[in-house]
Ligand binder design. Structure first.
Ligand SMILES: *[C@@H]1O[C@H](CO)[C@@H](O)[C@H](O)[C@H]1NC(C)=O
Ligand SMILES: *[C@@H]1O[C@H](CO)[C@@H](O)[C@H](O)[C@H]1NC(C)=O
Ligand SMILES: *[C@@H]1O[C@H](CO)[C@@H](O)[C@H](O)[C@H]1NC(C)=O
Ligand SMILES: *[C@@H]1O[C@H](CO)[C@@H](O)[C@H](O)[C@H]1NC(C)=O
Ligand SMILES: *[C@@H]1O[C@H](CO)[C@@H](O)[C@H](O)[C@H]1NC(C)=O
Ligand SMILES: *[C@@H]1O[C@H](CO)[C@@H](O)[C@H](O)[C@H]1NC(C)=O
Ligand SMILES: *[C@@H]1O[C@H](CO)[C@@H](O)[C@H](O)[C@H]1NC(C)=O
Ligand SMILES: *[C@@H]1O[C@H](CO)[C@@H](O)[C@H](O)[C@H]1NC(C)=O
Ligand SMILES: *[C@@H]1O[C@H](CO)[C@@H](O)[C@H](O)[C@H]1NC(C)=O
Length: 897
């Protein structure tokens, strides 16, 4: 028992201490104390005295005693919403003379007493929403001379009257929405007779009775909002006629079930200067002719979200000042859109016809829209999926510069489709099903075009002339269009000298030429992610790597994300001196040439995440890291050794560059004992203390070298012998013959077993006829002159061939003539002429020891590219021929290392 008491005491002490140790409110620099959501039942007494705003919302306060708050006499904002307050102390305003905003929403002030706010003369904003207030007795707000904003919404009031005499002279906004007001009497707003009210919100009230003269007292008000109630056509007409002669300029009649508009509905508004009318969300299906004729001053008409079934030339009659017409989602699926329907809308600049079910455009649809600059049909289905030279004919007199045809179901653009739109600057045709070759004439007439968005279409093929009529383009988007090039010579982009943004992402492009972007000297952004460009940068690519970024001297942002790159040529980014953002993430890059970033002096963002980079060395990265603000190299298999990572680890520890997830995404892969450790935990101190070990290491190394040499000679003697012979030959004056300078009659001599003749005839000889390859083999069965001694003919022919191909099969190994003579001679020749000239093609899997025992060759003697395996799978045969051509083209000079 005693123990329990003791622990309770301790608990109490700890709890008490935490209270004493400081209140849990957040105080910010602008002197705001946020004490919300803390289950407080008392007002914290230890806040800074000079706070200007105090948030006590979402607590359990039952009272708001003036005495407790009086210490904070600098308060300008007090938020006591979402508590259980039910009484307001008039003294509060007396104590807090600076108070401007008082929020008492969501409490229990069901009744407001006459003198509650007597002293709140300085208050400008009062929130009393959601308190269950049902009635106002007397004039509780009378003294609020400076009040601008009063929110009485979500209460239970049945009348709009907040007093029985004139008051609130400065009120600008009054919210009476979501109450139980059903009647608007003549006296409804008389208490506001002397104010210049701007906005009145009467939404969500069961308004059934609109009496004459109800708005006259507040005649100068500017905006009336009535939403979410049932006001049907007849009461709407009443509201409008009551608004006659008022100053109303904005009228929102949203979601009031106005299903029909008659020619009398808005008649009352004739004597106003209404400029904004919002009729959205009304399931409106019928608009009678000439319904809007009284709205001569209207500038913005919003008919969004309706179900209009017929639009004719008289529908919009009289709307000659309208600038913005919003018909988004407003037309019925069985819409009848007559010709010339927009003929009276001379001033409309922006016509929004988005998200309609089906729209049929004729040669006369848009006639009369002589000020139209912006037309959006996006997400509406066009009845005709092909744009012809007639589709936009009716816009030929419009100064249209922005046309949005996104998601309209387009499949084709015919020649001359935009011929009348000579002012067009922005053309959006993304997310359609366009499937065509762009010959150029489709874009004819777009003399001022700046942007074309064609991304996400079915299939687009570019030709050299595709953009010949749109040379002013500065932004071109062709993402995910299964893009192919019909002709790359000259490049389709050659004419686009002002292009600054080009998006070719997600196209699986595998083949482009080095000069494809050469003339795009103004290009700033190139998005080339998710393509298949890896081969272009391979050293082994026939003709060498394709440096397709040549000429982009103003490029600032380049994305090559996910292209399968494993190699990056040293010159890949040469000349890209202005590059700021480079993304090579999600490739297979494992090694970067030392000088690859030499021209990138101002890189701020580098992304190499998810590659196969193991080391980050100072020599390569120090310069490029120096200007970086953001680095992402996470997800690489780092090799956490002193040489590979020590510099990077300490850079990571000290840099100001932002490296997100530095601790979780930069993980050691090797050596085994660090596997899984974060790179930034790498302890680099041992790396610096290596010096004393050096002597020991060097002695040890000498011994090791000796031991290894002995072992090497034991097991690799053949290799040493081979290179030794080569070297001796070189020294003893067998002149090095650079095969590139000597003319051979044949590209290769083919050595094969008698039984493999047919394989050679079927698979090697046809290569000679391949267009472009210009290969010439010396094939014994064909090229050795009959009659001459086989032996000398063979020797002669092999001398005239640049390479010797061995077709290695078990047959060859068992063929004694081949084995004894040909192979020996070829091998001798390779050594004597100092040539690395042998190519082995394995038709069967033959173990290395067998090869050595029979013909004294080992795979290890040759460069890997000179050893080819004939593939089993058909689809690999192409690759085989590619590799064979590379092997045939490679130099013969032996590279001793
Ligand atoms: C007001 O202050 C008194 C005395 O400090 C305290 O007892 C009381 O709980 C406080 N009331 C509120 C609602 O903060
Ligand atoms: C009406 O407002 C004016 C100026 O705003 C003021 O001088 C006048 O006293 C007000 N009248 C009433 C009855 O409040
Ligand atoms: C009237 O509507 C326009 C356009 O929507 C808006 O900019 C303006 O603030 C509104 N005026 C009032 C008093 O609500
Ligand atoms: C309104 O329409 C009715 C027929 O629906 C017509 O008789 C009347 O003249 C029209 N009024 C105006 C002002 O156009
Ligand atoms: C409408 O505007 C005109 C010109 O600005 C003005 O003379 C007229 O009084 C205004 N009408 C109303 C009802 O406010
Ligand atoms: C539209 O193209 C057709 C051929 O497709 C041609 O006959 C007609 O003259 C063209 N019309 C215009 C206005 O260019
Ligand atoms: C075209 O409309 C779509 C959908 O409304 C929008 O996302 C896109 O940004 C618009 N295009 C332009 C160029 O404004
Ligand atoms: C490219 O831009 C320059 C400068 O803005 C301009 O003078 C030139 O006419 C443009 N070229 C084309 C083909 O539009
Ligand atoms: C980096 O910081 C961590 C923790 O601060 C430390 O353990 C580690 O040794 C530091 N590494 C380097 C390379 O400075």
């Amino acid at each position: 028992m005693g123990q329990l008491w003791l622990s309770l005491h301790i608990l109490y002490a700890i709890y008490g201490m935490s209270l004493v140790a400081g209140n849990p409110c957040k105080i910010t620099e602008d002197l705001t104390a946020d004490c919300s959501h803390l289950k407080l039942s008392a007002i914290p007494s230890d806040l800074p005295r000079n706070i200007k705003a105090l948030d006590l919302s979402h607590n359990q306060l039952k009272k708001l005693p003036a005495a407790n708050l009086s210490v904070y006499d600098q308060l300008e904002r007090l938020d006591a919403g979402f508590n259980t307050l039910h009484q307001f102390e008039p003294a509060l305003c007396k104590q807090l003379l600076m108070l401007k905003t008082l929020n008492l929403e969501h409490n229990e002030f069901t009744k407001i007493s006459e003198n509650d706010f007597t002293f709140c003369v300085h208050l400008s904003e009062l929130h009393l929403a959601s308190n269950g207030i049902s009635n106002i007795d007397g004039n509780p707000f009378e003294k609020l001379e400076n009040l601008l904003f009063l929110d009485m919404s979500h209460n239970k009031m049945i009348s709009t009257a907040l007093g029985n005499k004139q008051q609130l002279n400065n009120l600008k906004e009054l919210y009476l929405n979501s109450n139980k007001i059903s009647k608007l009497n003549k006296e409804a707003f008389e208490f506001l007779a002397n104010t210049s009210l701007q906005k009145l919100d009467l939404s969500s009230n069961p308004l059934t009775e609109i009496n004459p003269g109800c708005f006259q007292a507040i005649g100068s008000f500017a905006a009336l909002v009535i939403q979410n109630t049932q006001l049907d056509p007849q009461r709407t007409e009443q509201v409008c006629s009551e608004l006659a002669h008022t100053g109303v300029r904005n009228l929102t009649l949203n979601n009031i079930r106005l299903s029909k508009i008659r020619n009398t509905t808005f008649k009352g508004l004739a004597d106003t200067n209404l400029t904004v009318l919002d009729l959205s969300g009304n399931s409106l299906s019928q608009i009678d002719n000439d319904s809007f004729v009284s709205l001569g001053a209207l500038e913005i008409l919003n008919l969004e979200n309706n179900d209009i079934s017929h639009v004719n030339p008289k529908t919009f009659n009289g709307l000659s000042k309208v600038r913005v017409l919003n018909l988004r989602k407003s037309l019925s699926s069985n819409l009848k859109l007559d010709d010339l329907s927009f003929q009276s809308l001379h001033n409309v600049q922006y016509l929004n016809m988005e998200a309609n079910k089906i729209i049929s455009i004729t040669e006369h649809t848009f006639i009369g829209l002589t000020s139209l600059t912006n037309l959006s049909l996006s997400d509406s289905t066009l009845q005709q999926h092909t744009l012809t030279n007639r589709t936009f004919l009716s816009l030929s007199k419009s100064p249209l510069y922005h046309l949005n045809l996104t998601k309209t179901g387009l499949t084709k653009i015919e020649n001359g489709a935009f011929l009348c739109l000579k002012h067009l600057q922005l053309l959006d045709m993304g997310l359609n099903q366009i499937d065509q070759e762009v010959s150029g004439n489709e874009l004819e007439g777009l003399a001022n075009i700046e942007m074309i968005y064609l991304s996400y279409n079915r299939r687009i093929t570019l030709t050299s002339n595709s953009f010949i009529f749109a040379p002013s383009l500065s932004k071109l988007y062709l993402r995910k269009t299964a893009l192919t090039f019909r002709d790359l010579n000259p490049s389709p982009f050659k004419v686009l000298q002002n292009l600054t943004v080009l998006d070719l992402s997600n196209n699986n492009i595998a083949n482009i030429q080095e000069d494809v972007f050469e003339s795009l000297s103004n290009l700033r952004i190139l998005s080339f992610e998710h393509n298949n460009l890896a081969r272009l940068w391979k050293e082994a690519n026939p003709g060498g790597p394709v440096l397709f970024l040549k000429g982009l001297k103003n490029l600032e942002k380049l994305s090559l994300l996910s292209n399968g790159f494993d190699e990056i040529p040293a010159n890949a980014f040469k000349g890209l001196c202005k590059l700021k953002v480079l993304d090579i993430g999600e490739n297979n890059v494992y090694i970067l040439p030392p000088s690859v970033f030499d021209d990138q002096h101002s890189l701020t963002l580098l992304d190499l995440h998810k590659n196969l980079i193991t080391s980050v060395e100072q020599d390569l990265f120090k310069n490029v890291f120096s200007s970086l603000k953001y680095l992402n190299m996470g997800g690489n298999p780092y090799d956490c050794t002193c040489e590979s990572i020590a510099w990077f680890a300490s850079w990571l520890n000290t840099t100001n560059t932002s490296v997100p997830l530095a601790h979780s995404q930069y993980i050691c892969n090797t050596p085994a004992r660090y596997h899984g450790n974060p790179v930034d935990n790498f302890d680099s101190s041992p790396c610096k203390e290596l010096a004393p070990f050096r002597l020991f290491v060097s002695t040890f190394s000498l011994m090791l070298v000796f031991i290894l040499s002995v072992l090497l000679i034991q097991f690799q003697g053949w290799r040493i012998h081979f290179y030794w012979t080569v070297s001796i030959n070189r020294i003893l004056g067998f002149k090095e013959i650079d095969p590139r300078k000597r003319n051979f009659d044949y590209d290769a001599y083919i050595i094969h077993a008698q039984n493999d003749v047919s394989w050679v005839e079927n698979h090697l000889i046809p290569l000679e006829k391949n267009a472009g390859s210009k290969l010439q083999f010396c094939f014994e069965e064909r090229d050795l002159e009959a009659g001459t001694s086989t032996l000398s003919a063979f020797v002669d022919c092999i001398n005239r061939s640049r390479k010797i191909i061995f077709v290695v099969t078990r047959n060859l190994l068992n063929d004694s003539w081949c084995r004894r003579f040909k192979v020996q001679h070829a091998f001798q020749q390779a050594i004597e002429q100092n040539r690395d000239s042998i190519i082995l093609i394995f038709l069967e899997d033959i173990p290395d020891y067998k090869l050595y025992h029979t013909i004294h060759l080992r795979r290890g003697m040759f460069k890997s590219r000179c050893i080819l395996d004939w593939p089993d799978q058909m689809e690999r045969i192409k690759t085989f021929y590619q590799r064979l051509k590379i092997a045939l083209g490679s130099t013969n000079l032996v590279n001793l290392l």
